[in-house]
Design a protein around this ligand. Structure first.
Ligand code: GCW
Length: 681
């Protein structure tokens, strides 16, 4: 049933337009693969599969160039001097980049796909196939492309019992019980899908880590997965539980300054690299939400990260140290804590440490202003952590196109080195000139037949990969590509559905948390509204802490009159966020406590404006339904129906959000709902 779903964006549907097919065939008449490494084989088989399925013609994979119009694939070292000369300067690309070029050779037209390494060739092949998938011209090609970040990685919050923290697409893909000898085809398909969008790393385990993964029984299984992923250019990483030396090492302490502890980690690293020579390194959540860390021993994050960095450094490993920390002992403003704790460490981490920062200062909300740490640690590599799984955005039930959110964050101007210092520039290293750069996405993948629960959630995995490759890519381009590769190239389908995807992000903001509201989801699971919740033991877990609604108004005052969190931004940005007049209305209640009668830019009072936003969110979902209902003829029945049912739930729940929030906030505003807002039933 879910066959089409399973194939993700690699459908390679047969082209029905004969003219188009013959145009492609006039440029492609054969395949030549110069390499015979495993990665080369993957690349040539993919090329063969894609071309055959889309153009209806099977090409043999040859080792020698004897025909006209062949697609020649191979890394630089495999190319003849003559071809190399035609290709030009390989310095235009980095180690993972590729060049696709139409060349004229011995009287023949050929398309060459090359890179410095075989993995670059593989990326080039996927790019070339995407051109055909999306009906682009392949005549006179000259494409030069390289990833802008080094670490493009999925973070799986997968537990060893196969449950997935915040996972809404079934259980974990990793079948630990059957590994290492049983290799599920899914591991291969997973690697292939990731390679097709340039993802080159995967953290297999939850940041709320279990030390058992570091025991030899499990490392044997990890090794088996690493062997599957390697030819696809994907490195395996693990989460390191800071107290592992005690739990599985028999030591009395995990103090990073203790010589036995440091040695234990060094030996552990040695053991891992013996099995997995290209092991990526560790991702660590320490002293955050109850996880053990260096502070348990009176040490700090630098001590902890550097100790681990020393252990993996001899093998080229990295430590991704998370900055997601907040404490109940400082209830003043959770949004300020990571910055307050980490910025003083700037320049103190070892070279192979990269600090992983969530996109916003609270926690993966439908909208958050960018995290003030970006740009504020010029001597430290910072990597982005996005959440692809929709913990706060309707799980896998709601259609929300996240690349729009990701783009908004990446394009935000930190002003840390003057105008134009966008978050993307911090992430790609152009600001800090650090060698280590990266983007992580908390995975939304599970063992559901369609991988991600919602058919459209596949677009979020896809879009994450595309943005990790190029953080300046436009989300509209991503939506367009994904739809063409996944469903259809028909313009009558693409246009409205792409617009629906783009709109879906603002819709969820509107029906959940308009005008800068945040963290008002029901607690624990974070599904559905719960702005009234106030009885949790930690103040900053309660939604009332975030919206602060009272008779006077609503919102969190983070300006000078409040917690002064705005001061953590560069002065230019702080100035904008600090005053009611200059603060963008989309972030208004994030930074200000605003009176119910405050006049918004459109002349509405805050109360009316808020209510109208909730209604707008509902209307937007209705509109999404209308668009989808007109798409039946372009889509297979299974996926059409799945999305239709899910949109129906989303519509119902958008109304639930609107009614629950407005009825609750109305107790404080004491005002009637304005015209245009449907009354709760
Ligand atoms: O978003 C919160 C989640 C936790 C998660 C934590 C984190 C893995 O509610 O489930 O734990 O953040 O990012 O560490």
């Amino acid at each position: 049933m879910a066959q089409k779903d399973y194939k993700l964006w690699l459908q390679y549907d047969k082209k029905t337009d004969a003219e188009l097919v013959s145009k492609y065939l006039s440029n492609v008449q054969g395949i030549v693969s110069l390499g015979n490494a495993e990665t080369s084989k993957i690349a040539s088989n993919e090329l063969q599969l894609g071309l055959q399925n889309m153009l209806g013609k099977k090409f043999e994979i040859k080792a020698k160039i004897d025909l006209d119009k062949t697609v020649i694939i191979g890394s630089k070292a495999l190319l003849s001097a003559e071809i190399q000369k035609e290709i030009g300067n390989f310095d235009q690309i980095n180690e993972e980049g590729f060049i696709i070029k139409t060349i004229f050779l011995k009287g023949k037209n050929q398309i060459v796909i090359t890179g410095k390494k075989e993995v670059g060739v593989l990326y080039g092949v996927y790019n070339f196939l995407r051109l055909i998938q999306t009906n682009k011209n392949i005549k006179n090609l000259n494409i030069v492309d390289s990833p802008k970040t080094n670490i493009r990685i999925l973070n799986h919050w997968d537990n060893l019992d196969r449950t997935v923290e915040r996972g809404y697409a079934g259980f974990s893909l990793w079948n630990w019980q059957k590994l290492p000898d049983f290799i599920d085809q899914r591991y291969i398909d997973y690697a292939r899908a990731n390679a097709s969008i340039g993802i080159n790393g995967t953290v297999l385990t939850n940041v709320n880590a279990n030390a058992l993964i570091l025991t030899s029984q499990y490392l044997e299984k990890v090794e088996a997965l690493a062997n599957v992923f390697r030819p696809y250019g994907i490195k395996v990483y693990l989460t390191a539980r800071f107290s592992a030396p005690i739990e599985i090492g028999g030591l009395k302490t995990a103090d990073p300054k203790d010589a036995d502890v440091a040695n234990w980690w060094k030996n552990k690293a040695k053991e891992i690299y013996k099995r997995i020579p290209d092991f990526g390194g560790f991702l660590v959540k320490a002293n955050s939400e109850g996880q053990p860390g260096p502070q348990n021993y009176g040490r700090d994050h630098v001590d902890g990260a550097n100790m681990l960095a020393d252990a993996v450094a001899p093998f080229g490993g990295v430590i991704m140290w998370r900055a997601f920390v907040y404490s109940e002992h400082d209830a003043n403003d959770r949004a300020k804590q990571a910055y307050a704790e980490f910025v003083t460490y700037d320049g103190k981490f070892k070279d192979n440490v990269i600090v992983q920062v969530k996109n916003g200062a609270i926690d993966f909300q439908p909208r958050e202003p960018f995290h003030p740490m970006f740009g504020a640690m010029p001597k430290t590599p910072l990597m982005m952590e996005f959440q692809i799984t929709q913990e706060y955005l309707g799980f896998s039930t709601h259609l929300v196109f996240l690349p729009k959110l990701f783009q908004e964050v990446l394009a935000s101007d930190t002003y840390q080195k003057g105008k134009g210092t966008t978050v993307a520039k911090v992430i790609d290293g152009s600001l800090t000139k650090t060698k280590l750069t990266g983007i992580a996405g908390v995975s939304n993948i599970g063992n559901d037949l369609n991988w991600t629960g919602h058919p459209f959630a596949q677009a979020n995995w896809y879009g994450f990969g595309r943005l990790a490759w190029n953080p300046e890519l436009d989300s509209e381009v991503i939506a367009d590509e994904w739809l063409r590769c996944t469903f259809s190239n028909d313009e009558n389908f693409i246009k409205p559905v792409a617009a629906m995807m783009i709109e879906s992000r603002e819709a969820v903001v509107n029906y959940m948390t308009p005008l800068g509201l945040h963290h008002i989801m029901d607690t624990g699971h974070h599904y559905g509204p719960g702005p009234w919740v106030s009885n949790l033991s930690r103040p900053e877990w309660n939604p009332v802490y975030y919206h602060k609604a009272d008779k006077n108004g609503i919102g969190f005052d983070r300006s000078k009159t409040g917690t002064n969190a705005t001061a953590q931004y560069a002065p230019e940005v702080a100035k904008i966020f600090s005053t009611l007049e200059t603060c963008p209305e989309k972030d208004l209640l994030w930074f200000h406590h605003v009176s119910w009668d405050y006049k918004l830019k459109n002349g509405q009072t805050l109360w009316n404006g808020l209510a109208l936003k909730y209604q707008e969110g509902v209307n937007q979902v209705k509109n999404m339904q209308d668009v989808w209902n007109k798409s039946a003829k372009y889509v297979d029945e299974d996926r059409f129906k799945e999305v239709q049912m899910l949109l129906e739930i989303q519509y119902k729940e958008a109304k639930w959000w609107r009614d629950a929030c407005l009825l609750y906030f109305q107790q404080y505003s004491g005002k009637e709902l304005p015209a245009g807002v449907e009354k709760p039933t």
